[in-house]
Design a protein around this ligand. Structure first.
Ligand code: GDP
Ligand code: MN
Length: 396
């Protein structure tokens, strides 16, 4: 589950990470009130208005703007709220902005120049450890830094059983070229950030930029946070942070129906039971010259109701040119699944794309005969290759 910047900052703050303070607003009036309040509590003169959408690169898309007085706060908030923000990480249509975060300005002038760093904590799957990735090159695309100046990216691997050790936190501060107060502040920052990542069961905490202010404070200016869905049951308060408006509506619907659905770009819809078979089926579709339109695991109980729900989800995608149903009848018998498909098909009236059904396992032959005798526009197959050939034929 991805979070908004303001929610990520709330979590950071609860673990003692210093953040750029802000207040969420959904109207220009609220933004002005928020700005006044921030001036009272933080003493800030200027404010930053930041679009809250699940996408990075907002600054580049015009979704992060500096306001130098309350009039500007109102105007800028008015412009950003309701806009479809296009960033390098959104589609061409962009993402609708429902709310902004009004923040204090932390780039104030002082004894030294403010400096921006990059820092993230994530799981390194190849080593089975957590990893802190950081760089002196903050504020810009980390992908660009990785491509052009990879030597400016450092990593610190953390054994999850031991946790982040003091010398590791100091090494981070050292590699970032810090000394004195900023060095101490950075070790505190990294330590608290790692704790936040670990104890919130997150899979990603990305802070870009981490700011060294002109008076040597270390502050999280941005926060991109992903919480592991499988651990959400342990965090009821985080669960409430889910913003369904930011998620793919078809995926949200699938989730509500208990189906495991991921939207993809291709033209062949697939309905499969079991994640492994679903992956193999996607490979099969590719080999047949198609591209999977989705990943869909209907789970163990492929009854008429679930099959119909799954068909409906797949057909919401206008790119779907064919549907491949690939079900292994191990626990659920193939004839039961075949009946489910026939019932669902009849319930739905006409389906305008060719359907290829491959049923394998218990009573596969009975199931194939049921499909063939149903009089519906559904092609059956028992072997994997047979199914692939039929997909190929309908795409040709
Ligand atoms: P992103 O573009 O979605 O990554 O949004 P960020 O939260 O990282 O903000 C984008 C940029 O806005 C930052 O890299 C900063 O350069 C700038 N910015 C953020 N906060 C402040 C601030 O308090 N004062 C000033 N002057 N600039 C800021
Ligand atoms: Mn950022």
């Amino acid at each position: 589950m991805n979070l908004h910047e303001y929610q990520g900052k709330e979590i950071l703050n609860s673990f003692g990470v210093e953040i750029q303070r802000g207040i969420v607003a959904t109207t220009p009036k609220e933004a002005v009130e928020a700005a006044k309040k921030l001036t009272e509590t933080t003493g800030t003169g200027w404010h930053v208005i930041k679009a809250q959408v699940h996408a990075g690169g907002r600054g580049k898309g015009g979704g992060v703007k500096l306001a130098k007085n309350l009039q500007e706060v109102e105007t800028i908030a008015g412009n950003i709220i309701g806009m479809d923000l296009v960033t390098p990480q959104t589609s061409a249509e962009g993402k609708r902005v429902h709310q902004v975060l009004v923040t204090e300005d932390v780039y104030y002038p002082g004894d030294s120049e403010p400096e921006e760093y990059y820092m993230s904590v994530l799981l390194n799957r190849s080593t089975g450890r957590n990893m802190i990735m950081y760089s002196t090159e903050g504020g810009m695309d980390i992908e660009t830094v990785a491509e052009e100046t990879p030597h400016l990216i450092f990593t610190e691997e953390v054994d999850p059983a031991v946790g982040l050790l003091g010398f590791q936190a100091r090494r981070v501060a050292f590699n970032l070229g810090l000394s004195g107060k900023a060095f101490k502040e950075m070790t505190k920052f990294v330590t608290a950030l790692y704790k936040a990542y670990n104890e919130s069961d997150s899979s990603l905490f990305e802070i870009n930029p981490v700011l060294k202010t002109s008076d040597d404070r270390i502050i999280a200016v941005d926060a991109k946070v992903s919480i592991d869905d499988n651990a959400l049951f342990r965090h009821k308060d985080y669960m409430e942070m889910r913003d369904k408006r930011e998620e793919n509506p078809v995926e949200v619907e699938a989730q509500e129906k208990g189906l495991n659905y991921v939207d993809l770009d291709g033209n062949v819809g697939c309905m499969v039971n079991g994640a492994g078979l679903a992956m193999a089926t996607m490979d099969l579709i590719k080999q047949a010259g198609g591209e999977p339109a989705n990943f869909l695991d209907v789970g163990g109980t492929a009854n008429a109701e679930r099959v119909e729900a799954a068909f409906k989800l797949i057909l919401k995608d206008p790119n779907v040119k064919a549907i491949l149903v690939n079900i292994f009848g191990g626990i659920v018998r193939c004839d039961r699944v075949a009946q489910g498909i026939i019932d669902a098909y009849k319930n739905m009236g006409t389906i305008n794309v060719p359907i290829i059904v491959r049923l394998q396992g218990t009573n596969a032959d009975v199931a194939k005969k049921m499909i063939d005798d149903s009089g519906l526009d559904v092609q059956s197959a028992i072997e994997f290759q047979e199914a692939a050939d039929k997909v190929k034929a309908v795409l040709a």
